[in-house]
Design a protein around this ligand. Structure first.
Ligand code: NAP
Length: 288
């Protein structure tokens, strides 16, 4: 069993429940009450829930402190230990944001889960749908999607000196990059998202040997379709139906999604279970 250092989770959020997906007659989202209203956890928040339930202190990061305070309260309502859950509002794409995160750690050793996504308000998508025919994809959408790679590089360069100090003190130094199945396969209407996720997976593979040389262990967790609220808008559901029918993406079944807690379990394995593979995939039921 590994030492439980604080886990920095960049990209914690929730979305209101606008559509209930099910598998085996059970909803596939992971619920959290936000100001008394049922919301869906995203991957970062599910990691905060799962890790804090396993006695791991977490530092949640997103841009808005009110939203982080609401998530913290929601997790406490669900029975998570308040003493283990802290947060830092910071723009993780900037040097200032990275410095704020390090300040919030206050010298505590840490591991890092990178789970930033196309956060609400980063870019106004028509009908909230990033899956578009290639002629409808603006250069700006590609730029914003690829911005996650730039943010990952920026955070990494700020975190590395601290992680190297941990290695010198014989403390664990681990990073879990949440990438995507879209980093290893392509599909109709996916050019912007697939390009950006291939770039992120490429970045993670490209730095792997350097991190290992430093004594830092990088892991990659690749989610497939996860029920975070991303697929709730009707426009996105319509695209998923096309992918299911025309491209057989769910082996002939209608689209299904996995709960974000499944991703959190994979992250936990990476951080704390000896011998965990460096790459894990978390697919939705029936998903190719
Ligand atoms: N959901 C899926 O089905 C799925 C599948 C495969 C891969 N993934 C990938 O897994 C990652 C996480 O997915 P998700 O659905 O959980 O993501 P998400 O709901 O889009 O969450 C991303 C979080 O990042 C935060 N964020 C965005 N820009 C930020 C910035 N500049 N600084 C700090 N925080 C920022 C947002 O919070 P604020 O807006 O409050 O800052 C948001 O809560 C993404 O990279 C996504 O592409 C997701």
């Amino acid at each position: 069993m590994q030492i439980r250092t604080t886990c920095v989770i960049t990209g914690c959020g929730t979305k209101p429940v606008r559509h209930v997906f099910t598998h085996d007659n059970e909803p596939t989202h992971t619920s959290i009450p936000i100001c008394g209203i049922d919301h869906k956890m995203n991957i970062g928040t599910a990691c905060a829930a799962h890790l804090s339930r396993h006695d791991v202190p977490v530092l949640m990061v997103a841009r808005n402190s009110d939203s982080l305070e609401n998530i913290r309260n929601g997790l406490i309502d669900l029975g998570c230990n308040a003493d283990l859950i802290s947060y830092c509002a910071a723009d993780a794409t900037t040097d200032t944001g990275a410095i704020e995160i390090i300040k919030a750690l206050d010298g505590r050793p840490f591991s890092w889960i990178q789970s930033l996504g196309l956060g609400a308000g980063t870019y106004d998508l028509p009908d909230e749908n990033p899956y578009l025919p290639v002629e409808k994809i603006s250069p700006k959408l590609l730029e914003v999607e690829l911005g996650i790679v730039v943010a990952t590089h920026c955070l990494l360069t700020h975190f590395l000196p601290h992680l190297r100090e941990q290695v010198k003190k014989d403390l664990p130094a681990k990073i879990v990059f949440i990438t995507s199945m879209s980093g290893v396969r392509g599909y109709r209407f996916g050019s912007a998202h697939v390009a950006a996720k291939h770039a992120l997976t490429g970045f993670v593979r490209g730095i792997h040997a350097e991190l290992i040389d430093m004594g830092i262990t990088p892991f990659e967790v690749r989610p497939g379709g996860i029920d975070t609220g991303f697929y709730d808008p009707e426009s996105v559901r319509k695209v998923m139906d096309v992918l299911a029918k025309q491209d057989n993406m769910w082996s002939g079944f209608p689209p299904t999604f996995a709960p974000p807690l499944k991703v959190a379990e994979a992250v936990y394995r990476a951080l704390f279970i000896d011998g965990c593979p460096i790459e894990q995939e978390v697919r939705a039921p029936h998903q190719n």
